[in-house]
Design a protein around this ligand. Sequence first.
Ligand code: NAD
Length: 446
Amino acid sequence: MSEFARRIVVVGTGYVGLTTGACLASLGHRVICADVDRAKVERLQAGQIDIREPGLGEMVGEMLAAGRLSFVTGARTALEELRRDGAQCEVLFVCVPTPMGIGGIADLSAVEAVIDEVREVLPAGAIVVNKSTVPVGTGERTAELIDRPDIAVVSNPEFLREGSGVYDFLHPDRIIVGSNAQDAAERVAALYARLGAPTVLTDLASAEMIKYAANCFLATKLSYVNAIAELCERLGADVADVTEGLGYDKRIGQSYLSPGPGWGGSCLPKDTAALLQLSDSVDFEFRLLRAAIETNTRQSRRIVEKIQAAVTGKRNGSLSRARIALLGLAFKAGTSDLRDSPALAVAAQLRQAGAELLAFDPAITAEDSSFDGDLLTVVDDPYVAAKDADAIVILTEWPEFRGLDWRRLATVVKRPLVLDTRNIVDPDVLRRAGFSWSAVGRPPRM
Ligand code: NAD
């Protein structure tokens, strides 16, 4: 082990924890990952990973073989294992879930459980680094909970995107490290030195705020684009050209500029709700953020009304005799994550309007899906999903949907109608195949 290599414990082996553990091992550190889920730990020990992340499975396998990465059940076990080997944990990363709790408040019970588990057994001089997204003030509270002057607390929020986690971790736009103990912040920043990324060293509260400010800005940008798309529909403009023209402006940029069925996933909904709740708690009326959230709630309703109008001719028409094929269920392409997926929000409202739903998603198989059969049926073939459908609705921007045999799909459906909520399939291809098409923010064509 080089003199720069550190002994690291990572708690939580989900999207953030597993990627962090494997990537830090690949940077030369010795990493033990801990999780409460014993069955998951056993799969990881055998080199099997549950999540769809390019390069992660290979990296985990290589690091296991190199002896730089291992998996155990329980954070305390990780610390004990290191001590048994005559080593000490220098840095402990907390990468556990912080889901939306009652009233939008972030549920910190998993973070607190980890702190409770390790506080007495952390070796003197260890640094506790929080990578979970937590409300401003959590770092200070963590230090109070640990209540040991020999342990420093650092906030090091994570910005990776699901579906490109390894790449994002190794090529970050920036590294944020916040602490009220500067030497601890510098030691954590040094773990990433080989990445050569711009690094912002700051205090705990500012580091925690940067993560919320970033996610809430992205959510607001998407709501803004969805509102512009609706205006385009009403005024006869084409949002595809509008966003292309907008995005070339370097002050705006091309990313997070695609309209759709609403933003979702495991981060934006809970982080916007948490910042709004935090604003309320200090008597700040964050109108802009509230409007972004409300615009998003309305977006899935608007999509459902478009489907109702296309199928029944009425904005609120009953879909009780309609069969709808859904293409895509994951909250975005490249992942199988269904948490707070806008596709499921649309599906639930379609079901409520009486529709029968068959769904296909390249990352979700009929066997591994845990859907309530009353909401929808998952099938493993898009042509089966489309059989006898009154409409095909594209809900996730999987690039493979562009390459489907649309002529064949036109022969299996009951009515040749496509609503492309992600604006990804060329309308001319659909028109030539015999479909009538509508999208979000684009003028309709027959
Ligand atoms: P996840 O649900 O994929 O994984 C969390 C893991 O933590 C699970 O394996 C769970 O079993 C484990 N866990 C729960 N309680 C535990 C405990 N007490 N001890 C040990 N392990 C425990 O979550 P995630 O998506 O990796 O998110 C983790 C945090 O990172 C959240 O705060 C999230 O907001 C933030 N984050 C997520 C992303 C993302 O794209 N998913 C990106 C940036 C930040």
